[in-house]
Design a protein around this ligand. Structure first.
Ligand SMILES: [Zn+2]
Length: 194
């Protein structure tokens, strides 16, 4: 029997199946384990990746896609390390990764305007979570997918500064030349200003 009852997921605001909710809870469990007590830098992405191998906190340790790009950008090598060691190193640096939508987009073939609408709808909840719960010293916007809503993010009260690359999110996969990654690391190394 097909399970047709849909609920609104509290992690992303999309209509969700039981499997969607189960996957969300699984990601939440993996992520919570490596949340620093005091978050120095919160990396803010747009959507949780479709592929679990791209999800930073997945225990498989494959670190592909977004996970690989972020680890490379912050200078954490994964070579010869267990996933747990990589996660611990990321945590000890005071880093935490969160997405505006804590789940992948359900409609992968949807229009970009739909994705943007889904992001915008989640921004107030995300801002509240950052301000009241995560309380990072600073927020670094990453991934190109966040670009269409950057102006909206700037209007929100995050309770901490939002770091951008010339008014845009840092594009992890697009450090065209060495200068790109150098700039990212320079901003990352900057004083959090507390
Ligand atoms: Zn969800």
């Amino acid at each position: 029997m097909a399970y047709t009852k849909l609920l609104v997921c509290d992690g992303c605001g999309q209509m969700a199946s039981a499997e969607h909710i189960a996957r969300r809870l699984q990601r939440l469990e993996w992520t919570t384990r490596y949340r620093p007590v005091h978050i120095n830098t919160l990396f803010l992405g747009a959507f949780s990746p479709q592929n679990e191998k791209d999800f930073l906190y997945a225990p498989g340790g494959e670190f592909q896609g977004e996970a690989a790009l972020l680890l490379e950008a912050v200078g954490i090598s994964t070579t010869g390390k267990a996933a747990e060691a990589v996660h611990t190193e990321f945590q000890r640096a005071g880093f935490f990764l969160a997405h505006v939508l804590e789940c992948p987009l359900e409609d992968v073939n949807g229009l970009p305007s739909e994705a943007q609408r889904a992001l915008k709808a989640r921004l107030p909840a995300m801002a509240t979570r950052i301000r009241r719960s995560l309380k990072p010293k600073r927020v670094m916007a990453v991934t190109e997918a966040l670009a269409p809503v950057v102006e909206d993010v700037l209007m929100l009260d995050l309770g901490s500064p939002l770091l951008l690359d010339n008014g845009k999110p840092f594009r992890l996969g697009n450090f065209a030349e060495a200068a790109g990654i150098e700039k990212f690391r320079e901003v990352l190394a900057g004083a959090p200003g507390d």
